[in-house]
Design a protein around this ligand. Structure first.
Ligand SMILES: [Zn+2]
Length: 170
């Protein structure tokens, strides 16, 4: 099943029992929900997926996802490119209760029907891998005038009304 077209809909349990795997690239633009948080949707997601049944008889999907995304730096407010990389280790469960009983090294993958859309499952994992706050490794806070902001600024009153009055009197 390697290097074939991406399987949009799979039967995860059957894939686990057969030990199927899939690897390939998916356009980032296919991940519409993820792209809502991004600046642009160019690029590709590299995916490597391995299905199987472990020693305890639990069906799993393991693998890796990797892509590069453009976010807005929360410090200088310009685009910053970040690598998203996430390791998948998902145990299949029919419902929430069974999911709660999975060993802690598995993230639950609720598979309540035979057929599952694979892409949204991968997309959820990528969204979870997004940094809470994206920043360049090295940049400075910019004001609209392009000058670094002093840290004390926040503690001062926004403006001094008497200063405005003084200006008017001149
Ligand atoms: Zn920055």
């Amino acid at each position: 099943m390697s290097n074939q077209a991406f399987p949009a809909i799979i039967n995860p349990r059957k894939w686990a029992e057969k030990g199927f795997s899939w690897s390939g690239e998916l356009p980032l633009s296919h991940f519409a929900r993820l792209c809502e948080s991004l600046q642009g949707s160019e690029g590709a997601v590299k995916a490597q997926l391995q299905f199987g049944v472990d020693e305890e008889g639990l069906r799993y999907m393991r693998g890796q996802l990797q892509t590069q995304v453009t976010l807005i730096c929360q410090r200088c407010l310009t685009p910053v490119v970040k690598t998203l990389e996430t390791e998948l280790s998902m145990g299949m469960a029919w419902h929430d209760e069974a999911a709660a009983a999975l060993p802690s090294y598995y993230d639950p993958m609720i598979v309540s029907e035979e057929q599952v859309e694979l892409l949204p499952v991968l997309e959820d994992e990528l969204i979870l891998a997004l940094p809470l706050v994206a920043m360049h490794d090295d940049c400075e806070v910019q004001t609209e005038f392009g000058e670094p902001v002093q840290s004390e600024v926040d503690e001062r009153p926004a403006s001094n009304p008497f200063a405005v009055l003084a200006q008017l009197k001149k």
